[in-house]
Design a protein. Structure first.
Ligand code: DQQ
Length: 469
């Protein structure tokens, strides 16, 4: 069991115990949202990968289910740790829920192959006897050949798989009519030389009249910030043409996002809320890793993908407080003991603001030495999430650009939880996701300005209920 629940989140998805990373197999099956995830139940470190499983009717309250996939076959299990059922996706085919995943075995050629597992009840999964359904990488790829994402278009199944050659990440495209026999089509998209030497967890999907590609790029051994590309997909040629490329989330603790299309036509994205090679203070308590809040993706003006926290999260709100026309010079304590799980929406009015830099501090200690700072620089049009003083976790700051609305305002919406902060700027034009590990007692919430005054035309705060009690 968990040794100490102090860092456990209140309304973010976590495994019951152990290690988790990427979300997998996001799909709605018989009306219920399915969330699978890279899982090592036996330790708080990464290990032979299993697929954990949970379901939900509202994307907010999750029911844990038995492990869906465990390493067991020659193509996903081996002698040397490092093997396992790696990331992949899920689709509904008639009555069946089908998982498509990468079987990984170190010290083996080919090292990574694509496999499927099927279920008729959404609980028990059977690995297909024809596995691996793609038993080697194509000439355009390399032994790093993983993370199949499958979707249906015009009656056919398509799959993108991440790979690389010559220092260029790639999304390789396959097509099938039955999910078992796959034909290689070609390279759907690849790095222009600056977009990562290996593409992990590619996700390609239609959004309005464009297609969007999500990529979690690796640079050398380092994982970097996932990006999205707006473009056009030519299914005849099997080529995705890149038009606009943007950072998906400017934070540090966001990786391997995946999307699903739900029954209401919403394109919803969930990411892993932690990152490789970082301090993970919760490991000492027997667990690591969580998922971000689900975010609906909306394409605006064909040039920007906005991330909107799913509306269902509003059902967690309680203890609402409004503030109007706050003028702050220096600093002002808004709440002396803010709940760890809270939501805040702030409208800054720059017409009435003279300060060059202003913002807020959350999870702040009485003496001010511990704090998480969100700083806006109106001249540079930059927002910074500074976690250098945010407790025992990783240090550093994340920076994102923002635009000022035509009426001279800028809106910042913050979801804080026990050990996380997700900041949405102007309806999710930019997002910053970071983990923080402050002391239990650091609860002050302040507004501040440097050299001048800042005007907050409106602010609302809520406490968010826990979904885990
Ligand atoms: N995590 C999985 C891989 C994927 C990586 C292994 C991304 O399938 O490429 O746990 O975090």
């Amino acid at each position: 069991t968990i040794k100490n629940s102090r860092y456990r989140l209140k309304y973010h998805f976590m495994a019951p115990i152990g290690w988790i990373n990427d979300p997998n197999g996001l799909v709605q099956y018989k009306g219920e949202y399915q969330l699978f995830y890279q899982y090592y139940p036996y330790d708080s470190k990464w290990g032979p990968m299993h697929w954990g499983h949970a379901k939900s009717t509202d994307l907010v309250h999750w029911e844990h289910l038995p492990v869906a996939l465990a390493p067991s076959e020659s193509y996903d299990c081996g002698e040397v740790p490092g093997y396992g059922c790696f990331s992949g996706s899920g689709v509904v085919d008639g009555e069946e829920l089908v998982l498509i995943y990468t079987g990984h075995v170190d010290n083996k050629e080919p090292m990574q192959v694509q496999c499927i597992a099927t279920s008729k009840d959404g609980l028990q999964f059977e690995k297909h006897f024809q596995n691996p359904v793609i038993d080697d990488y194509p000439e355009d790829g390399s032994p790093d050949f993983r993370d199949p994402k499958v979707w249906k278009h015009d009656g056919k199944w398509y799959m993108v798989v991440g790979s690389h050659t010559d220092g260029k990440g790639k999304a390789l495209l396959y097509v099938s009519t039955n999910l078992k026999d796959w034909d290689y089509v070609g390279v759907a998209a690849e790095s222009n030389g600056t977009q990562g030497d290996m593409w992990e967890c590619p996700d390609l999907f239609p959004l309005q009249n464009h297609h969007i590609l999500l990529v979690s790029p690796m640079y050398g051994k380092q994982n970097e910030k996932p990006f999205y590309v707006i473009g056009e997909m030519d299914y005849e040629k099997g080529v995705f043409t890149q038009q606009t490329v943007r950072t998906l989330d400017y934070g540090f603790d966001f990786y391997a996002p995946q999307t699903l299309l739900d029954d209401n036509g919403r394109r919803i994205m969930i990411g892993w809320m932690e990152k490789w090679l970082t301090k993970m203070p919760s490991q000492q308590h027997g667990w690591a890793g969580a998922m971000t809040i689900p975010r609906e993706l909306l394409l605006e003006g064909g040039t920007i993908v906005k991330q909107k926290p799913v509306i269902e999260l509003e059902n967690l709100r309680t203890n609402e407080k409004h503030y109007d026309s706050l003028i702050v010079e220096n600093e002002r304590i808004v709440n002396e003991s803010m709940e760890e799980s809270s939501e805040v929406i702030i409208d800054f009015d720059l017409n009435e603001t003279t300060a060059s830099s202003f913002g807020l501090q959350l999870r702040c200690s009485e003496d001010g030495n511990e704090r998480t700072e969100i700083i806006l620089d109106a001249a540079k049009k930059e927002i910074i999430l500074d976690r250098n003083y945010a407790g025992v976790g990783e240090k550093g700051y994340s920076k994102a650009p923002f635009t000022i609305n035509d009426d001279g305002t800028i809106q910042v919406r913050i979801f804080m939880d026990t050990t996380s902060v997700e900041v949405f700027v102007n309806d999710g034009e930019q997002v910053i996701t970071n983990r923080i590990f402050p002391d239990d007692s650091s609860r002050l919430f302040k507004l501040f300005s440097k050299d001048g005054k800042v005007c907050v035309s409106r602010m609302t705060t809520w406490t968010l209920y826990s979904v885990w009690e």
